[in-house]
Design a protein around this ligand. Structure first.
Ligand SMILES: [Zn+2]
Length: 479
């Protein structure tokens, strides 16, 4: 697999990405165009992502449930903006059991409608609120131009759907989840994502407020990496989600929904990967360390394997996710390239000399070559490896943060903005009019990413039209 060199990021970033996803065995193309097969290595990575999020959701009072894939078409027509937003992407089932269905059924593109329908049955009184349900699964949105993980017709995610008695509670929920998403990116994925509010034109269909976390990829494009929406009473009115308040008066609920999808794997690839392959953050890597025993003959093999087996047991007992690569049919060099391609954070090399000296060689994936290699004692190796995993995690976040900050610009005028967004982001004042936003999109192919919270800068003037502006927004070209 690792025999031919990967194309470099500078040569062709899109091609580098496509080759990398296939060769690292994260995913493969499915026979149906636009769909993907997530391979075991990719799924193990996804499981590490989902298990962290699942724990956070449960700690904040959420519970999991499952709703059907098929949704009656009439449900979509109940919320005007929602149906307009999703109609072009719907896959519709018209036949079942060899007969034409009375009402066509949509494959879910998202589940606000069916969950709203069920909530209207379940919510009766203020005592039933808040209702905090998360569904884990896949959804289907018909796509023409697809890219593994980043944009496929079917993709995996969780979708949280909550109903509350008051606006304040629903808003609090919207931002609580966004904070969890931000923390996930920073602490787990080592991605310095920026949280903020989306512009009106970039809102989720049917939402009153859409918030997002936005991350900068290696090619300086933006990737929306998670969203949390406040719906106000839009869906509650469309689906009659009502409750009796403490005075016995009938009220509409306030609802939210939010998601992170398997797209986040694409973000990790594009933020951390290098010309040798994937670079995975240790906290999420399916394999955190790989042991490669090195020997030339049976006599050496006996001695080396004795140490390798002992080291394997020690590291495994210490809770490190571990792999022993004792394949006989390939060279050590092949193994090194193979695990570099798959982004394993640490390689532990053990050869005859290491056995004599009571040492091992550690190679860290984030620093290829000599710079990342160290020779350490076998004694206390589990502690050394754990410490190194922490260092690698921190160093990935630091590197990505410096890269992001170095590529966010403060253009002086509109002409300069058009230039800088071709190879970076601009952080500029904007009057929040759709006209100015459309102009940037048309003339510079850049969109507003989000308006970050807690801005310290004073009011200014819109970089496009010169009118007064209260807040700054990120502009960038996006995936
Ligand atoms: Zn303007």
């Amino acid at each position: 697999m690792a025999e031919e060199k990967l194309c470099t990021r500078t040569e062709d970033f899109a091609e580098w990405y496509n080759q990398l996803v296939i060769r690292s065995e994260l995913a493969d193309y499915a026979p149906v165009r636009g769909c993907m097969v997530v391979r075991p290595y990719g799924w193990a990575l996804w499981e590490n992502i989902t298990s962290w999020l699942d724990r956070e959701f449960k700690e904040t009072g959420h519970v999991n449930a499952a709703f059907p894939t098929l949704i009656p078409m009439s449900f979509f027509e109940k919320e005007k903006e929602h149906v307009e937003g999703f109609s072009p992407q719907l896959a519709v089932v018209t036949h079942g059991g060899g007969e034409k269905l009375e009402e066509p059924l949509a494959m879910r593109p998202t589940s606000e409608t069916i969950i709203g329908h069920m909530y209207s049955k379940w919510v009766k009184s203020w005592r039933d609120l808040p209702l905090l349900i998360v569904q884990w699964g896949s959804v289907l949105r018909w796509e023409i131009r697809t890219k593994l993980f980043l944009r496929t017709s079917e993709f995996y995610w969780h979708e949280g759907h909550t109903a509350h008695a008051t606006k304040d509670e629903a808003l609090e929920e919207t931002y609580r989840i966004l904070d969890i998403y931000e923390r996930f990116c920073l602490e787990q994925a080592a991605i310095p994502a920026i949280k903020g509010t989306k512009s009106e034109s970039e809102r989720f269909p049917g939402a009153q407020i859409t918030t997002s976390i936005e991350a900068m990829m290696w090619d300086k494009r933006a990737l929306q990496s998670g969203t949390s929406h406040y719906f106000g009473q839009n869906f509650a009115r469309a689906f009659e989600i009502q409750y009796l308040d403490k005075n016995n008066a009938l009220q509409y609920c306030e609802t939210t929904s939010w998601a992170i999808s398997s797209r986040i794997i694409g973000a990790m690839i594009m933020v951390h990967g290098d010309d040798q392959g994937l670079v995975l953050p240790p906290r999420l890597a399916p394999i955190q360390a790989v042991i490669v025993p090195i020997y030339k003959n049976d006599a050496e093999k006996g001695k080396v394997m004795e140490v390798a087996d002992r080291v394997f047991k020690e590291l495994k007992d210490a809770g490190i996710r571990l792999k022993m690569d004792d394949r006989e049919n390939v060279s050590s060099g092949f193994k090194f390239n193979d695990w570099e391609m798959r982004g394993v954070p640490i390689r532990v090399e053990i050869g005859p000399k290491d056995v004599e000296k009571g040492s091992v060689a550690l190679a860290r994936r984030d620093k290829p070559g000599k710079e990342g290699k160290s020779f350490v004692p076998q004694d206390g190796l589990a502690g050394t490896v754990k410490q190194l995993l922490v260092e690698i995690q921190d160093s990935l976040l630091k590197r990505a943060t410096e890269y992001r900050d170095a590529n966010i610009h403060d253009p002086k005028n509109y002409e300069e903005l058009k230039k800088v967004v071709q190879d970076g982001w601009a952080f500029s004042h904007w009057c929040e009019s759709a006209e100015c936003e459309a102009k940037v999109k048309e003339e510079a192919k850049a969109t507003t990413r989000n308006i970050p919270f807690n801005q310290t800068e004073k009011e200014g003037t819109c970089i496009v039209c010169g009118k007064p502006s209260k807040r700054k927004v990120y502009f960038g070209r996006a995936y």
